[in-house]
Ligand binder design. Structure first.
Ligand code: CAA
Length: 258
């Protein structure tokens, strides 16, 4: 398997699909996989013909975490000097909406990768967890921060301190999952979400993602002002005129993504 094969890439119209392709090791996230995902998402983000990025794994595992065997013998200094895992922060700079299609295990870094996406569609077989505590460590790809923001302190503490793995129904109930579907419908549903997003005006979806993420970064007043200014700015593009004209004329809009 070449490095390019560890993450497969395909297109469905304006949706780019990245599939983690190391099912035998439950898509453990090693440095090569991290590099491929970071490189490909950055390139797709710059492609005007891509309106949404879908990230999927295999039936048994979206991803079972960072590669334990790769990390095991590293020293603290080595990790610190390389700022190990910091490359994942590049995903925060991806402006194109990202959808995770989660089947089976999404553990540790796998759960954290799903949480770096903007919408999480889960199969009823999905299992989420931050089991790092059982390995003598803690989440290292944002779990303590993103999980807490997603589900609140008490569910996050339960998962992070006990390593408890939750099923898809509980994940949906606590707000970690956007949509829950039977396993056989996972890819249809996730693709449907991605297609819907990609069909809208790209400036509007980028703005919607940016404004929503702002809620996690700044206070309410700043966030509201930022949202309102972006709302104003969208009136400079043709898609706003088209969207509103189409509503008035009772026809579907034809967005030109500008
Ligand atoms: N790293 C490296 N290899 C992994 C792995 C991981 N995170 N998860 C699974 N694998 C490998 C196994 O070693 C095994 O490979 P071999 O056949 O060569 O031994 C293969 O994938 C299949 O796994 P299992 O035989 O263990 O499958 P199972 O069905 O019996 O168990 C499981 C599934 C419960 C998910 C179990 O594999 C498991 O507990 N995996 C580790 C989960 C974990 O601790 N994740 C957190 C990692 S640390 C982290 O992610 C830090 C961070 O925040 C960045």
């Amino acid at each position: 398997m070449t490095e390019a094969d560890i993450v497969l890439e395909s297109r469905e119209g304006r949706v780019a699909i990245l599939t983690l392709n190391q099912p035998k090791v439950l898509n453990a996230l090693n440095a090569a996989v991290m590099g491929e995902i970071v490189r490909r998402t950055a390139a797709l983000d710059r492609d005007p013909d891509v309106g949404a990025i879908l990230i999927a794994g295999s039936d048994k595992a979206f991803a079972a975490g960072a590669d334990i065997k790769e990390m095991e013998d590293r020293s603290a200094m080595e990790l610190m000097l390389a700022d190990w895992l910091s490359d994942w922060e590049a995903l925060e700079r991806v402006r194109t909406p990202m959808v995770a299609a989660v089947s089976g295990f999404a553990l540790g870094g796998g759960c954290e990768l799903a949480m770096m996406c903007d919408v999480i569609v889960a199969a009823d077989t999905a299992k989420f967890g931050q089991p790092e505590i059982k390995l003598g460590v803690i989440p290292g790809m944002g779990g303590s921060q993103r999980l807490t923001r997603a589900v609140g302190k008490y569910k996050a503490m339960d998962m992070i301190l006990t390593g408890r793995i939750i099923d898809a129904a509980e994940a949906e109930r606590i707000g970690l999952v956007s949509r829950l579907v039977p396993a056989e419908q996972l890819m249809d549903e996730a693709l449907g979400v991605a297609r819907t997003i990609a069909g809208f005006s790209k400036p509007a979806t980028l703005a919607a993602k940016e404004a929503t993420n702002r809620a996690f970064e700044v206070g309410l007043r700043e966030g509201l002002l930022h949202e309102r200014r972006i709302f104003h700015a969208l009136f400079a593009g043709g898609d706003q005129k088209e969207g509103m004209a189409a509503f008035r004329e009772k026809r579907p809009p034809v967005f030109r993504h500008g």
